[in-house]
Design a binder for this molecule. Structure first.
Ligand code: ARG
Length: 459
């Protein structure tokens, strides 16, 4: 019989039973469910709501159940609907009537809210540590490439020279924001809802703070209706993960481009590439493509949870059971992607020569040539015009600005002198951009220092 079977005179239809059973996916919260129940039982005993002896027996049995589940000795039952009723059924099977006292002053509505918060708190910590590991790898790669000059792009057209370190540190900043977003979501997840009951609290004098303290929550929810119907933290986490996937996806897109024969800025390691079943020459950047692709499913998870929640009247409705598969999928997906992504960037080969050559083409030093004229006294708008014409001449004559003879320079502007060659060299273009956040080696080293400070503060 169902734990709630009292008022029913018929069994649930088999198909309906399978339809609303969530044990298939919420069983992964067994540890949180049991730990939460142990805290609840201890509090019930301490507050004199149940006998202290009963409370102790319940706690002991729950601990055994946890071990038995972990050892594969206990199996979940579809019939017991969800993880909460599975554990309670196991408890009653073990200690009989005493087990029936556990659910005093509690509803599955506040129980599931508790479990999912506990579960996601752990996941947030795990994802955060994966991001920290990725950030450390990015810093290491950046340090190896402080002098690796490459073209920077806007509109995917060559724009100005930068270094690979500078480019990598852009991603460092993105992932840093992802980490701080997770920290922020963690704060709002770290609120203890048990005691909200079905929606209107309970008549038992529960010590909610005691449960929160035992389970490591910062505070307790202050409205029982909100306590059972809030899934903002689930949505926030799905949004955080979507943004993080977007960052990974942009990075992957660039790596896929850089790995092409046309760019050849990098070469993916064999260990992180795959071949073609028909074209013998192929080595494809499938890892990057798959991560880019998986960003789509995480966005889908976010949209799904948002949409599920939008029409739900207060307080709990069964629709909310749909939050779990989405957030679990989002969490699983990012946890699959992050370590593989890190491995991929740590093993790829950087073709420094190709990058340098690429930076020398496409007039990436044109801004610096204009700035040269400005420093000699010409107004910037005029300098822009002069260099624009110079670029047109260069295109027609198939040469780079640095390949101009002095006569050619003079023909563009009389004020140009010999020092132009140094002023428009790629090294000068990069290293003269030496303000905070810019690509000069010194500036990037400063950002790396700040980045390391941030990572140390994460420990
Ligand atoms: N399995 C349910 C869920 O995940 C637990 C809460 C069920 N509550 C209820 N009143 N049916 O949301």
């Amino acid at each position: 019989m169902k734990l709630w079977g009292g008022r029913f005179s018929k069994n649930t239809d088999k198909e309906v039973n399978d339809f609303h059973s969530s044990i298939r996916f919420d069983q992964r919260m067994y540890r949180q469910d049991i730990t939460g129940s142990i805290a609840h039982a201890r509090m019930l005993g301490k507050c004199g709501i149940i006998d202290i002896k009963d409370s102790e027996d319940i706690i002991k049995a729950l601990r055994e159940i946890l071990i038995e589940i972990e050892d594969g000795k206990l199996e979940f039952m579809i019939d017991a609907e969800d993880i909460h009723m599975n554990v309670e059924t196991m408890l009653i099977a073990k200690i009989g009537d005493t087990g029936k006292r556990l659910h005093t002053g509690r509803s599955r509505n506040d129980q599931v809210a508790l479990d999912i918060r506990m579960y996601l708190k752990d996941e947030i910590c795990e994802i955060k540590s994966m991001l920290i590991s990725l950030e450390n790898s990015l810093i290491k790669l950046a340090k190896d490439n402080l002098d690796t000059i490459m073209p920077g792009y806007t509109h995917l057209q060559k724009a100005q020279p930068i270094t690979l370190a500078h480019h990598l540190m852009a991603y460092f900043e993105m992932f840093k924001r992802d980490i701080t977003r997770l920290d922020d979501t963690y704060k709002r997840t770290n609120v203890m809802p048990l005691g909200s009951g079905a929606l209107a609290g309970t008549t038992y004098p529960l010590d909610r703070q005691m449960v929160a303290d035992e389970l490591g929550f910062d505070s307790i929810t202050l409205n029982s209706i909100d306590g059972v119907s809030d899934r903002d933290f689930v949505i926030e986490l799905a949004a955080d993960l979507s943004i993080c996937m977007m960052h990974l996806s942009r990075f992957c897109e660039e790596l896929i481009l850089w790995n092409t024969n046309e760019f050849s800025f990098i070469e993916m390691d064999d260990s992180c590439s795959t071949g073609s079943s028909i074209m013998p020459q192929k080595k494809n950047p499938d890892v990057a493509e798959l991560i880019r692709g998986k960003s789509g499913r995480v966005y889908g998870d976010l949209m799904s949870i948002l949409t599920t929640m939008k029409g739900i009247a207060l307080a709990y409705n069964k629709d909310m059971q749909e939050d779990k598969e989405c957030i679990f999928d989002a969490v699983d997906t990012i946890k699959l992607c992050l370590p593989v992504f890190e491995k991929m960037i740590c093993t790829m080969k950087v073709n420094k020569d190709r990058m340098y050559k690429g930076a020398g083409q496409g007039f990436t030093n044109a801004t610096d040539a204009a700035d040269y004229l400005v420093k000699k006294g010409m107004p910037f708008r005029e300098a822009h015009e002069v260099i624009g014409k110079m670029v047109l001449y260069a295109i027609n004559n198939e040469k780079a600005l640095a390949e101009f003879t002095m006569e050619e320079f003079k023909a563009c502007s009389e004020i140009i002198e010999d020092d132009i060659y140094d002023a428009i060299s790629l090294e000068t273009c990069v290293n003269d951009r030496n303000i905070i956040g810019a690509p000069a080696k010194e500036a990037v080293m400063y950002s790396i220092d700040k980045g390391e400070e941030f990572l140390n503060s994460c420990k």
